[in-house]
Design a protein around this ligand. Structure first.
Ligand SMILES: Cc1cc2nc3c(=O)[nH]c(=O)nc-3n(C[C@H](O)[C@H](O)[C@H](O)COP(=O)(O)O)c2cc1C
Length: 174
């Protein structure tokens, strides 16, 4: 099946997911602080650079995302790019907190970006942004940020790649 019905269907949704599962993505944890100053975050595969001048980056987030609604009130976020060794973090930040915990950050080591946002320890790069705009995009929001600081780690192992529902690594010789 290639064409989608005008009004969509369960089969179309499954087909859509399956085909887009063949588009490899990087895996980031987009994090920030809630109104009480506690760290919040979620796994995001759609993070990308948008513009160099001015420096802009963005991602697509489900319109009902509770983590995004909590951190967006502060008007900033930081994307930590995971390495292939950080599989546990990929799934942790995509699920509810572990039983008995109220935060995905419980037991996760992190440091502060220049604006005080969480950078996940061991990430191979991070990008800190000030929220520029949120645009409705179907059942998602396109979140655009003005990049305020960013760094990549010289010691980094290969970045994580998500492909057909599984994590792997992007390591190239040379
Ligand atoms: C590899 C991977 C990539 C993901 N990418 C996105 C994404 O780009 N946008 C999104 O809204 N959710 C994405 N998710 C799903 C969210 O991480 C998941 O729905 C999470 O529970 C949302 O957190 P929240 O409900 O606390 O906001 C991704 C999940 C995984 C495992």
């Amino acid at each position: 099946m290639a064409r989608l019905a005008a009004n969509g269907s369960a089969d179309d949704a499954a087909h859509f997911r399956s085909v887009f599962g063949h588009v490899p993505t990087a895996v980031t944890v987009v994090s920030g602080l809630d109104e009480s100053g506690a760290p919040v975050g979620l796994t995001i595969g759609s993070f990308a650079s948008v513009s160099l001048a001015p420096p802009l980056a963005g991602f697509f987030v489900g319109a009902a995302s509770s983590s995004w609604s909590r951190m967006s009130r502060r008007g900033s976020f930081c994307a930590s790019v995971l390495t292939a060794q950080q599989d546990e973090l990929c799934w942790r930040f995509a699920r509810d907190p572990a039983p008995g915990s109220d935060s995905r950050f419980d037991g996760v080591a992190w440091s502060e970006s220049p604006a005080g946002l969480p950078i996940i320890d061991g990430a191979c790069a991070w990008v800190e942004c000030r929220l520029e705009s949120e645009t409705a995009a179907g059942d998602h929001l396109f979140v655009l940020g003005r990049v305020t600081a960013l760094e990549s780690m010289a010691h980094a192992t290969g970045a994580m790649v998500f492909y057909r529902g599984r994590t792997g690594g992007a390591s190239f010789a040379g």
